[in-house]
Design a protein around this ligand. Structure first.
Ligand SMILES: O=C(O)CCC(=O)C(=O)O
Length: 293
């Protein structure tokens, strides 16, 4: 089938005169608007597929090209900054190497594809199953990290534990292919509380979570894992274990990230980065509302 099509295409390209080409184009337009595709669209409308949340988000993203818009706006902002101009890019003190789509204080509803992904039942069930409680969606954002140039690793680009919670699950969704030059996420397996390496500079609420680098390298002794992976990969991890990432050297890194943690964390250690705007058009289930409020 594929071979036949390829040969047909070759023949068209080789021998078709201008007249033939126009005929092919006209045939395609008639088939698309009036004949073959019309009946195909009617069939689709009669028995529309029941999409699950992930599929809906993917569709939405395909339609809105949401991430692509963020990348375009960020690159335009960075270009303007390079020329000494102003930009509306969002950064946070201490982690200025990173541009954030939302940062803190944004109002989001379930029409936002990234927030929606954070309470997608398949992801939320996973977070709740891992944490063995109904979790809170604490953070949702999209990050753009330009290459660091001559800069050294800074803040979360160095090995650390997140102090937000010991009951923590993060997802990183790579929106570009991530190789060694794109600042892969790196993790030390079994270093989260309860793991066999949890005594290495153990997790404490608001603890001093950045160990001395030489000593850390000696103790971990090559046991870390580096997540180079293609665009679309989702990494789940408990970042109260040791991790680092985002030290892009050759190419910009773009990812979406979600954090689920415990109600205790929101009360004491962490700050949700968005305010949830409920809407009658997008009803949330009880477990989703719990996660969002
Ligand atoms: O960007 C990364 O890969 C890691 C980010 C990080 O360290 C964090 O979110 O705590």
């Amino acid at each position: 089938m594929h071979r036949t099509k390829t040969q047909f295409a070759k023949r068209i390209n080789r021998v078709a005169s201008g007249l033939e080409r126009r005929g092919v184009v006209a045939t395609y337009e008639v088939q698309d608007r009036l004949l073959a595709n019309r009946s195909s669209r009617r069939r689709y409308a009669q028995v529309a597929p029941a999409l699950d949340d992930v599929q809906r988000v993917v569709l939405e993203r395909l339609r809105e090209v949401n991430a692509a818009r963020f990348v375009d706006e960020t690159e335009a902002g960075l270009a303007s900054e390079r020329e000494g101009g102003e930009s509306a890019l969002r950064r946070r003190a201490g982690k200025e190497f990173l541009v954030r789509k939302y940062s803190w204080g944004v109002t989001l509803g379930l029409d936002d594809p990234w927030l929606r992904l954070g309470v997608n039942p398949r992801l939320l069930d996973l977070a709740n199953g891992y944490l063995e409680m109904w979790s809170k969606l604490e953070y949702v954002d999209v990050w753009y990290t330009p290459p660091a140039g001559a800069d050294e690793r800074r803040s979360s680009q160095r090995w650390h534990r997140d102090f937000n919670d010991r009951h923590l699950l993060k997802a990183f969704i790579y929106l570009v292919d991530v190789d060694n030059e794109t600042g892969p996420f790196e993790y030390v397996p079994r270093s989260a509380p309860g793991g066999e390496l949890d005594r290495l500079w153990p997790w404490r609420p608001l603890g001093d979570n950045y160990p001395p680098e030489d000593e850390f390298a000696q103790k971990v002794d090559g046991r870390s894992v580096s997540f180079t992976a293609p665009k679309g990969t989702i990494i789940f991890c408990n970042t109260s274990g040791f991790h680092r990432g985002g030290f892009a050297t050759g190419k910009p890194r773009v990812l979406a990230t979600l954090t689920w943690d415990s109600p205790a964390s929101l009360k004491a250690l962490s700050e949700r980065n968005y305010v949830f705007a409920a809407s009658d058009d997008e009803p949330a289930s009880e477990v989703q509302r719990y996660a969002l409020t």
